[in-house]
Design a protein. Structure first.
Length: 127
């Protein structure tokens, strides 16, 4: 099944859960998907100096920055995933191209996001 990850900021008590965007939260998905990289880099660069780390969904205790935290310590952290996406859309780095149904019975859907800034993409003439 594999570990799933959230990005947490201990100093601001924020987290990025990647929920609602359907990119997955496993190592391979977070490492290989451009949109995940956009979200993580944007957040890190806007929070330089904060204690930020990934936590996994399996271990009850997480050792971070010399301290041990119970997974429940992060339950009250504010999920800022959508705020970061909105900032990336406003900065014309990402585009919301639609949504897709994840679970019809639970009425759960996910945004479909596309990187639109990358100069390597055909048609982007930034340089």
């Amino acid at each position: 099944m594999g570990l799933e990850f959230d990005l947490i900021n201990l100093d601001k008590e924020e987290l990025i859960s990647f929920s609602g965007i359907g990119i997955g939260t496993k190592l391979r998905e977070l490492s290989g998907m451009i949109v995940a990289g956009n979200i993580v880099n944007w957040y890190l660069l806007h929070n330089i100096g904060d204690r930020i780390s990934f936590i996994n969904d399996t271990d009850d205790a997480q050792v971070l920055f010399g301290g041990t935290y119970n997974i429940s310590d992060f339950f009250s952290f504010r999920d800022v995933t959508m705020r970061i996406i909105d900032e990336l859309v406003e900065a014309e780095i990402l585009q919301i191209t639609g949504s897709r149904i994840i679970d019809e019975e639970e009425d759960i859907s996910a945004l479909i996001l596309k990187n639109i800034w990358d100069p390597a993409l055909t048609g982007n003439n930034y340089f």
